[in-house]
Design a protein. Structure first.
Length: 289
């Protein structure tokens, strides 16, 4: 009986879509978007999964049509897509594809980062897939310049990655905590991953990052000692070397020299240069026609 009802629903959806296509302008397919959850509340939950699947197909078709026509999605169209994806995620909270599409359509060009994160967080309670917290973490640090929240969700992605195959995750999490000045936390993450990862190649990459962070911590400790001793901050690494507070010629794991920025942050020429984020990235952006 249930299978029969599902087939009827599919047929009704196809007939309705065809009929509506004759009634609306060809350049306005937004009517097919799933924008109001209230419409589906009377429908049995048994059909929510199917409705979510069909809604996602329609949303992708709408986004594809608009992109094909103009080469971009306008602000108004992006809002419609967001409302549709938001409704679909409420209909089927464990549907991973809706979160994947959300991240693809609402971030880079649409610039609806907070809206994308709002939808993606909904799925965390239902989906234990490392990609979901990774999307959230990436959006926080890359688009919103929030390294601390970014690091939290990247760390969560590490916990979801049961097979520990993605060495990018602990490397990225440690980098974000470094950016926030939480060197001890960054090193703690790496030590734990080194302990559990069996792949020797990945383990070696983490060990190298850990050694670089140890050198950075040593430089920060030296800066504090220098300031207490001379009543000012050092102007450069050379002053720390001349004061014999650090060994001469310290390098990161990739051979880059360490230096102190005007803001007093310890960076290196290669491994710990300025983090590339949306602040210094210029994509096409959204059109507000």
């Amino acid at each position: 009986m249930k299978v029969f009802l599902i087939l009827i629903l599919i047929i009704v959806n196809l007939i309705t879509s065809y009929g509506l296509s004759k009634l609306v302008k060809e350049d306005d397919p937004a009517i097919f978007l799933t924008q109001h959850i209230g419409i589906f509340l009377p429908v049995s939950k048994d059909f929510h999964t199917l409705l979510g699947n069909m809604g996602l197909i329609n949303t992708l078709a709408y986004a594809g049509k608009k992109t094909e026509e103009k080469g971009y999605i306008s602000k108004e169209e992006a809002i419609k897509i967001y409302r549709s994806l938001d409704t679909i995620s409420l209909l089927n909270t464990s549907f991973f594809d809706v979160y994947y599409v959300t991240n693809a359509l609402l971030t880079w060009d649409a610039e609806m980062y907070k809206e994308a994160i709002e939808i993606e967080k909904r799925g965390l309670a239902y989906i234990k897939d490392w990609r979901l917290p990774f999307y959230i973490g990436f959006n926080y640090f890359f688009f919103l310049n929030d390294n601390e929240r970014g690091a939290y969700y990247i760390k969560l992605a590490m916990e979801y990655d049961k097979h520990k195959r993605n060495n990018l995750l602990p490397l990225l999490a440690s980098r974000l905590y470094y950016e926030e000045g939480k060197i001890d936390v960054a090193m703690g993450i790496l030590r734990e991953q080194i302990r559990v990862i069996k792949d020797e190649r990945l383990k070696e990459a983490l060990k190298k990052r850990l050694e670089s962070l140890k050198k950075i911590k040593a430089i920060y400790d030296a800066i504090n000692i220098f300031e207490k001793k001379f009543g000012r901050k050092p102007n450069n690494i050379r002053e720390l070397e001349e004061a014999k507070l650090i060994p001469p010629g310290l390098r990161d794991s990739k051979g880059g020299k360490f230096y102190i920025t005007k803001e007093g942050k310890v960076r290196s020429e290669i491994e710990f240069r300025y983090l590339h984020t949306k602040k210094n990235y210029r994509g096409k952006g959204i059109h507000t026609d």
